[in-house]
Structures are given as C-alpha cells and as structure tokens.
Design a protein around this ligand. Structure first.
Ligand code: SAM
Length: 250
C-alpha cells in the first residue's frame, strides 16, 4: 500500500470544483459533439480525475482495465493516452458508444476497445482492474438521467449492482477498483478502501479477503459529496458549478 499512499500524498493536493470548469477539461471536451459536451459537467470524468484514476489502476504495463459504462469514452481516452494499460469501455447507449468509437478512430489510439452493450452481458474474467463513475445511479435518481433512450428503474439498479458485485467478488485478491462519485454499492465487502482523494469522490478499493458466501454486499461505506451536492441543486434546477462560477464573477 505504500506506493498508493506515497502517490496520493505527493501527486494529489487540494482539489475543488474548478475541476469541472478547467481550461484543460473544456478543451478536451471539444472532441465531442456539442450535445455530449453539455453533459460533461455531470456525466463524464474530469481530465485531472481520469488521469489520477488511470495511474491508480495501472500498476504494470498491459493491465486490462474495464470502464463500466464508458459514455463517449472520456476516461478511456485519457487513461489510454497517459498509461500503458489497455482500456475497454462498455456502454449501453448506442449514440454514446458510437461517439466513443469515433473518437478512438479519430485520435488513432491503439489501446482502447469500445463495446456497445449492457455490462450484464460481459464477463469480468478478461480484466484486471475496474473503473466505475457512478454508472447506475440514474436508475434510482431519474432527474440525473442522461436521456430516456434506455429503460431505467429501481429493479434495474439492483440487477446491475448485484451483477457487478458478484463479478468483482470472483476476482483475485489484490484486484483494484476505482470509483468516482456515487454510493459505490457495486463494490463488495471483500474490498477495502485504500485511497480516498478529490474530497472523497475518487476512491481506490482493493480486494483484501475472500467474499463471505451470501454476504457479498457492503453496507453504505461511501457517499459522494459531489453527487449529493448535484442532486440537491438539481432539485432546485441549479448547478453547483454554475453557482460557484457566478459567485466568483460577482
Ligand atoms: C456517469 S457516466 C460515466 C461515463 C464514463 N465512464 C466517464 O467516466 O466519463 C455512466 C455511463 O454508464 C452507462 N451505463 C449505465 N448503465 C449501464 C449498463 N447497465 N451497461 C452499460 N452501460 C451503462 C450510461 O449510459 C452512462 O454513459
């Protein structure tokens, strides 16, 4: 664990909501069509977060990382450019999967594969490490949903979380999972949180013990400041980021 502790202490300082409005983030998003750029603030990983997440996940060349719900591929694109891991993104929305594939082709990045499909159709056996930016919460908090092009429901939330938790339970001890925002319900109790940064929004979990049969799930161990804030503000029809920017302009 020393590597990660040292890494976080030296590399990650104090981070604020500047993340989502940074010049580098806005510039990166230019690779997406404008409809997808507008979703970036809430739905796609900020550049600096993706960079740290990738370095936490890829500890040796060739590490195979699965991004569960890759959207237009922002995390995969950044991570593949910055590390020598191999990144697979699975995305259920066809337009997002197409945008991701288009971006991969345009940028000529070799170490990315984008799969259009539901994560429940994918075995985790081919992957060494996993990234989850809160993929399933739109099922239980539909004012956060990207669009209505896919079925959303509480039952689906349970189905997806249960599937991912079972696949993660089956991975060997030492398997890393990075979560960004959300409740991290998908991370089973045989994983411990070993690094927390970006004000608790980005977490590295590592499998440290074998799963207890029939008790794979963790109680809620993580609540993201970011999603909680966004949810509260979205009820008011406001964005916390816009508010922060307006306050700075005033
Ligand atoms: C919050 S976005 C994160 C996108 C990307 N990982 C990133 O970090 O920029 C979550 C994505 O998960 C996708 N998703 C949700 N449920 C899914 C499922 N069951 N199978 C595949 N993709 C799913 C959504 O369509 C959405 O694009």
């Amino acid at each position: 664990m020393d590597f990660w502790t040292d890494y976080i202490e030296t590399e990650v300082g104090c981070v604020t909501d500047e993340l989502w409005g940074s010049v580098e983030n806005d510039r990166f998003d230019q690779i997406f069509p404008s409809r997808l750029r507008k979703l970036s603030q809430l739905c796609w990983t900020p550049v600096v977060v993706a960079s740290h997440a990738a370095k936490l996940l890829v500890r040796k060349p060739g590490t195979r990382v699965l991004d569960v719900g890759c959207g237009p591929g922002k995390f995969c694109l950044i991570a593949a450019a910055l590390t020598d891991g191999h990144f697979t993104g699975v995305e259920q929305r066809s337009d997002l999967a197409k945008a991701a594939k288009d971006a991969v082709l345009r940028e000529c990045i070799q170490n990315i594969e984008i799969i259009h499909g539901n994560v429940t159709d994918l075995s985790f056996s081919r992957y060494d490490a996993f990234y989850l930016f809160n993929p399933f919460e739109e099922n239980i908090c539909q004012n956060q949903s990207i669009d209505r092009s896919v079925p959303l429901s509480g039952d689906l939330y349970i189905k997806y979380v249960t599937y991912v938790a079972a696949e993660l339970c089956a991975k060997p001890i030492g398997t890393p999972v990075v979560t960004y925002a959300g409740f991290a319900h998908e991370v089973p109790s045989c994983y411990d949180c070993q690094v927390s940064c970006f004000a608790g929004d980005l977490k590295l979990w590592v499998k440290v013990r074998e799963a207890i049969p029939n008790r794979p799930f963790a109680t809620i161990r993580h609540r993201s400041r970011r999603i909680t804030a966004n949810r509260a503000f979205s009820k008011l029809g406001k964005s916390p980021i816009e508010d922060a920017r307006a306050a700075r302009r005033a």
